[in-house]
Design a protein around this ligand. Structure first.
Ligand SMILES: Nc1ncnc2c1ncn2[C@@H]1O[C@H](COP(=O)(O)OP(=O)(O)OP(=O)(O)O)[C@@H](O)[C@H]1O
Ligand SMILES: [Mg+2]
Length: 238
């Protein structure tokens, strides 16, 4: 199995302000890996540094073996990496269709059409909403659109920041199940998630962040079953 992402000693943040204090993490091909940790510990910042949206200060980021440390977002997208942000992840004043088209700006019309069809198969709730403004979508539908938009660029590696936050249990399950299915299509997934139990149930491995670094990593199963970790970080055993 090859390694899609390997991060060694990553330091980064906003301007000269350092938030990440030496993160080590990897994702193998076809894996679903979840990052959890308390509010403000740097989970979102980590994804942003990986995707060229926050400052890379030091450390190594390898994508499929190539050093992409500090690369610009557009170059990372052309390598097959996509990212769904935690907030502001759709254009509210555009229709659902236009949001999807924005994600496929580099595609031919034919390819764009087939990618939109794939999004509709994945999230059938979106199909009847194609001509509606994204602003009119429910929280769950918005997340579905945000994920679909990221998939339009036909990525092989997807970074997702809290895709189920503030959603109803039905949407949480549906979205995580669909993310899980992406692996069948050969897409590796790195996810930040507050709904730790739900996400870890589908993950291969997990990382716990605290204070801008990894404080624990193991199989997802052993995180869920570890009472100390569960009580301290996740409220899993309440
Ligand atoms: N644009 C920014 N400029 C400066 N500091 C920021 C910026 N965004 C976040 N921070 C700071 O970086 C630290 C880490 O924030 P980050 O959003 O990465 O945490 P998080 O683990 O994703 O938290 P949450 O679980 O609440 O989403 C926090 O102290 C936050 O205030
Ligand atoms: Mg966050």
């Amino acid at each position: 199995m090859s390694t899609v992402l390997e991060v060694r000693g990553l330091e980064g943040g906003y301007g000269s302000v350092q938030i990440l204090n030496g993160v080590d993490l990897y994702v193998d091909e076809g894996e679903f890996v979840t990052i959890i940790g308390p509010n403000g510990c740097g989970k979102s910042t980590f994804l942003k540094v990986l995707f060229g949206l926050a400052a890379h200060h030091d450390g190594m980021v390898l994508h499929n073996g190539a050093d992409v440390s500090g690369w610009r977002t557009d170059k990372l997208v052309s390598r097959g990496i996509a990212y769904v942000p935690q907030v502001d992840n759709v254009f509210p004043s555009l229709s659902v269709r236009e949001n999807l088209q924005m994600g496929g700006i580099r595609l031919t019309a034919k390819k764009l059409m087939s990618c939109i069809e794939r999004a509709c198969r994945m999230f059938p709730d979106l199909e009847p909403r194609m001509n509606d403004l994204a602003a009119s979508l429910s929280g769950g539908e918005r997340q579905m659109l945000a994920i679909s938009r990221a998939l339009i660029s036909d990525p092989t590696f997807l970074l997702l920041d809290e895709p189920t936050a503030a959603l109803s249990p039905r949407y949480q399950q549906q979205i995580l199940a669909n993310i899980d299915k992406l692996r069948i299509e050969g897409i590796s997934v790195l996810l930040v998630e507050q709904n730790a139990r739900l996400s870890l149930a589908r993950s291969d491995r997990g990382y716990i962040f605290s204070g801008g670094k990894v404080v624990h990593t193991s199989s997802a199963k052993s995180i869920v079953n570890n009472p100390n970790i569960g009580e301290y970080f996740l409220g899993l055993h309440q």
